[in-house]
Write a protein that binds this ligand. Structure first.
Ligand code: FMN
Length: 363
């Protein structure tokens, strides 16, 4: 059986699946339930110097595997929250406490958290502190100067200069977590077009499956420009989703929306699916696939001239699916095989996604 244990900045996890900061880890009781559900460690809901007071409703569903929320940080005062977390620390599971937001606030809270519970790491959220690189690096520096435990910087998807930011911040932090929820976004039911959330105009932050490709892109960017470990988060519902993040460069993953939708057992389920996937591919650990996407990217053939689709007649079964999907009218049936009208083909590659027989290639 594959070994799915990982070590991230000295934090040893029995498996790479952690809860992400959110209502699923709002209290010590819920954190302990996440442990029972198979989480490899615990990341807490974010605490800040002032308890939050969020307008209700705070969490609504969009689509089948998506959420929109206007929850900010913990509504529990930091001191009480820290006191409660002692029970989680005593349970012997790696504990990562999430804090926010400004430089002086994270320094103050970080020191308090370290003195009171000595967590295995501290994660800091950068969600409500603008998008400029320097002020964000200031937060990392301030926390670094205040504590000696490993610190993880959580990246928001709205940042414009992610590579510049992480390259500068990696001097101060021990790992990156990507991404926070995306937004603001808006959704409502056309049969009853009332605001779904209690925020100003019903807007919220989107999470779940719709943000997975954004998260994957950012994990790739972060792991491409610096060496510190990256923890992927955004739209993970299955072991295969997690495997994609690891291939994009992640060392572990976090899960929030799937836990809200399907309960605490999701962590153990995803961990078991990762192990199964590795076993099925005869791999011994996730180290063997970490960053595989970057390797494939380096090997990719770049077309110097516009390519045209080609069809391998031996593999084509004549199912016509590709022909029915080509909006350019570049594919037709020549007898019982698909064929290409090269002057109509723009080399977009879309038809490949409908061929189940690997008969189509751009050349
Ligand atoms: C209701 C809700 C509350 C959240 N609260 C926090 C929070 O307190 N701190 C934080 O860093 N991220 C918070 N997040 C973001 C999640 O930790 C995570 O980054 C994001 O939802 C993407 O992961 P997912 O698609 O698995 O939900 C919250 C997300 C949701 C849905």
């Amino acid at each position: 059986m594959a070994d799915i244990g990982v070590s991230i900045s000295g934090v040893n996890l029995k498996n790479p699946v952690l809860p992400a900061a959110g209502p699923n880890v709002r209290t010590a009781k819920l954190m302990l339930e996440a442990v029972k559900g198979g989480a490899g460690g615990i990341v807490t809901k974010t605490i800040s110097v002032v308890p939050a007071d969020d307008p209700r409703p705070t969490i609504r569903k969009i689509g089948t595997r998506g959420l929109m929320n206007c929850e900010t940080w913990s509504e529990i005062p930091a001191e009480k929250f820290i006191e409660d977390c002692k029970a989680v620390k005593e349970a012997g599971v790696p504990l990562i406490v999430s804090i926010g937001y400004k430089p002086d606030e994270v320094a103050r809270l970080g020191k308090l958290v370290e003195e009171e519970i000595s967590p295995d790491a501290i994660e800091f959220s950068t969600h409500y502190v603008g998008r400029e690189v320097e002020p964000l690096v200031d937060i990392a520096r301030s926390l670094r100067n205040a504590v000696s435990v490993p610190i993880w910087m959580k990246i928001s998807p709205n940042f414009l200069n992610i590579e510049e930011l992480v390259a500068a911040a990696s001097k101060y932090v021990d790992g990156f977590v990507a991404i926070n929820s995306y937004g603001p976004v808006l959704d409502f039911d056309p049969e009853n077009p009332v605001p779904l959330l209690g925020s100003d105009y019903g807007q919220g932050w989107m999470s779940g499956a719709p943000i997975l490709p954004i998260a994957l892109r950012i994990v790739h960017q972060i792991s491409s420009v610096q060496e510190k470990p990256v923890i992927g988060v955004g739209g993970i519902y299955s072991g295969v989703d997690a495997i994609k993040f690891i291939m994009a460069g992640a060392s572990a993953v976090q899960v929030c929306s799937a836990a809200i939708q399907y309960g605490h057992s999701i962590y153990g389920k995803i961990a078991a699916e990762i192990e199964k996937w590795l076993d099925e591919h005869n791999l011994k650990s996730i180290d063997e696939i970490r960053g595989l996407y970057r390797k494939k990217l380096a090997e990719r053939k770049v077309f110097l001239q516009k390519p045209t689709m080609t069809i391998d007649e031996d593999k084509c079964t004549g199912c016509k699916l590709c022909v029915s999907r080509c909006i350019q009218g570049a594919l037709y049936m020549k007898g019982d095989k698909a064929a290409v009208i090269s002057e109509n083909c723009i080399g977009c590659g879309f038809c490949q996604d409908f061929c189940k027989f690997d008969a189509m290639k751009l050349a």
